[in-house]
Design a protein around this ligand. Sequence first.
Ligand code: F6R
Length: 606
Amino acid sequence: MCGIVGYIGNKNATEILTQGLKRLEYRGYDSAGVAVFDGKEIQTVKAKGRLKNLKDELLKTPVTGNLGIGHTRWATHGAPCAKNSHPHTSQDGKIAVVHNGIIENYEQLRAMLENKGYTFKSETDTEVIPHLVELYYDGDIFCAVKKAVSHLSGSYALGIICENEPDKLVAVRKESPLIIGVGDGENFIASDIPAILSETENVYFLNDGEIAVITKDTVDIFGKDGEPVIKKPEKVTFSENAAQKDGYEHFMLKEIYEQPRAVADTLRGRLADGMPVKFDDFDSKLISKFRKIYIVACGTAYHAGLVGKMAIEKLAKLPTDVELASEFRYNEPLIDSETMVIAISQSGETADTLAGVRLAKSSGAYVLAITNVLGSSISREADMTFYTYAGPEISVASTKAYTTQLVALYLFALFLAENKNSALPTEIDIVKKELLKLPVSLKKVLELEGEIKRISKKIYKETDMYYLGRGLDYAVAMEGSLKLKEISYIHSETYAGGELKHGPIALIEKDTVVIAISTNKEICAKMDSNIKEVTTRGAYTIAIVNEATAPQHTACSHMVVMPGEGSVLSPVTSAIPLQLLAYHVAYQKGEAIDKPRNLAKSVTVE
Ligand code: F6R
């Protein structure tokens, strides 16, 4: 979704803003713009489409200065075009604003401002903000912003500059992330860490309602009440390198290959041979009070939750429901103080998941967040956060975040089981040993890439595909299908093997592509019946199997055999061939793999 960068210092702001915006491209956008104070006045340059178009505009109308704000826009209110892109300016042109989020009461505010004689140039919700700030401006930009935001409902992260006070950059947030990067004689704001990682590792995370007044040498943060807030900058741990492609053609492929490392990092310090699982600071005394768990998440994180439910119920014997956060928040779930809610979110900023967290907390539940982003909104509001150490995930299609979420959930299931004595020590031990072997197992599965690439060349012209699985393989099949849809734009659906004959089998005809995942020796005979049901109707079946289940599946058209015999951890390994298949199919089709159409990396609106 939209990205924000802001700069104040001695360097050329335009260059820093465009570089920062480039690093935020992965979030998805359809137009971009910058506003820079050139020493006399604020100059705004915007363009529809990719950043290249903005750079072309900047070549035609160059602007330099030491203070500026920049934005990549993902259209919500008003079509993607230069006029609607940010920054937006006040009537007198002296105040410029970039905004992430949605102003829900913008229609009322717009009518009020129009009555006062303000004219609007765009169709956006954002444009009310610079006009409101102008309305309240009487020589102090901080006070004007404070008054203006008190009228806003909805969500916002704002970067604001004012021609009359060119030594200040103002930042404020509510429900949309915003950080302040601290440099030497220069400071930055950004919606996301990678935007400024090449400039500084020291950041302040703004909390909801906080306003910051930033000069090149100082950062002053104030609370909702206007009182100063004392906090220290935090050092971010991931390197700038992690946000580069490192020779891979796409971030997605790089991130697929990073999974052995990401999984090892997520396990480090939490699981060691012969030791009980350490689930960070989770207080084991709390466990006895929980009667029920809800897992709440969206998209890929929801698919991780489906696997987590099975692991928790199997090992910890605690009833667990998995809900899409967008449904959970409106479904009146039965939550009380004996409920634990696990919110899973790579970004830690997904609006629906955050709303689920708030609902859970207001109903008295204990909230555990599993997220990949330090200081994210969800991590701040949860009772405890367990961080996955996937590193920055730039590709919109999630890969390493998913597998590390799975690892987090397995660790939690084991931690509960050890503390509740709800599983046999031998059973717990087997899972722990498998977890420790995972980085090596994942490396071996990655060796299947060549074979998967060959398969992708056979199937990339398809318009529809079907994914089948049972139990854990069903959850993984859903994730495989989502990956394919997202980046190759091929329609695909997932069915539990046993459901086929209750309707979907009517869709199978000659050469229909069916991808069947079968990693569980106990039920692979059942899966094989489903494979036969579709092959006898002419389907082209690709079975993703392992050494234990392969002998059962002689009827399929093509078999991808993963090393090993499978276990409760199979979802982690079988994710890899499915990710690679989606990647290579999209590659053959020539699609924009890292930035699929209509999608955004961090979905901060409902
Ligand atoms: C799929 C994908 C999305 C996200 C979903 C939740 O590849 O990336 O489905 O999983 O938008 O995002 P987070 O995990 O950031 O809450």
